[in-house]
Each structure stands twice: as structure tokens, then as C-alpha cells.
Write a protein that binds this ligand. Sequence first.
Ligand code: GRF
Length: 189
Amino acid sequence: MKNIVVLVSGSGSNLQRILDSIEQGIIQNAKVSMVVADRDCYGLQRAENKGIKNILIPRGKSFCTLLDKEIPENTDLIVLAGFLSIITQEFCEKYQGKIINIHPALLPKFGGKGMWGHHVHEAVIAAGEKESGATVHFVTPGVDEGQMIIQGKVEIAENESPDSLAQKVHLVEYEIFPKAIQMVLNDLR
Ligand code: GRF
């Protein structure tokens, strides 16, 4: 059985999708052993509802040091599912190849510091892009720069708003994130 730790900062709908995918067998032979949030958020409640250990480590300078102390030794994968703090270089190096993130755009475009949540979708629309999507990638010290695992695309309509684009991108995230997790856990990249 593979053990996954999920980090969240928000509503945690991707966390929910991961939990459902495990129940449905889309992600096999795995469990979420712990959920960690860097602020009070609904993601913690989703874990609580499923009886999964969940902890809040307040965001700030010592977040990664405190997080490292909490990560169980048998952890196979750390999944950033709408997680907003930057992971330190030291932490990235220690868990190299074992941390993945989902980003709501087609990296390498529209990534990096400041490119999160609605900022991403606003920038994509302002740039007149015809398509957007989501990218699952490994986490390395350079923000949003790690090796890509899967991308999923969506078309941008003429009258697309950042909110409507965010909704479309979420749907594609729910498709690709469980697939990426299954691939990485089974070394199928
Ligand atoms: C997703 O769009 C993800 O790509 C981004 O943050 C959002 C999280 O949404 N990193 P949720 O909390 O999973 O609903």
C-alpha cells in the first residue's frame, strides 16, 4: 500500500477527487495518510469527514521544517493540491521525485511566482490565448519549473471570463490529477 500526504490551502476539491479516485480504483493500492494545510481551509474538513489525519501548520518561515517533522517515514508521495506556500529548496531536495503539484495553466506558460488562482486565468485571457488547461509536474526549487507529468487542455471561448475558465480548468484537473498520481506511484512515466 502506497502512502500519500496531500497539502492544501483552499477548498480542496482536488483532494476530494483524489479520495474519490482511490475509492473508485482509479488510483490503486494507495491511501491518503495525512492532509496538511498552511491555513484554515475547507480541505481540512474534507479530510476530517473521511477520518483522515489532518493538521494545520501556519504558513511562514518555518513551515517546511515543521512539515518535515510531520511527514511519516513510509510516505511515497507528497501531493500539492491547491497549495499556496512555496516549498523550500531543502525540502524539495530531500523529497526529490516524490513531490508533485497541479498548476491551472499550460506550463511553461503562465507559471512562476504570483501566478496562482484567478491571477493565472486573468493573465491567460488578457494574453488572448485560444487554449488553456492544467499541468501536473514534479516540484523542484524553481517555482513551477519541474518536469511535466501530464497536461490537459481546454478551449477558451470568445466571451470567456476568468471564473468560467477556472471552472473548465478544474474539470480537466479532476481528469489528469488521479492519472498522474497513479503513474508516479507505479513509476509509469
Ligand atoms: C486548482 O485550480 C489548482 O490547479 C490550483 O489551485 C486550485 C485548487 O483548487 N493550484 P481546489 O482547492 O482543489 O478546489
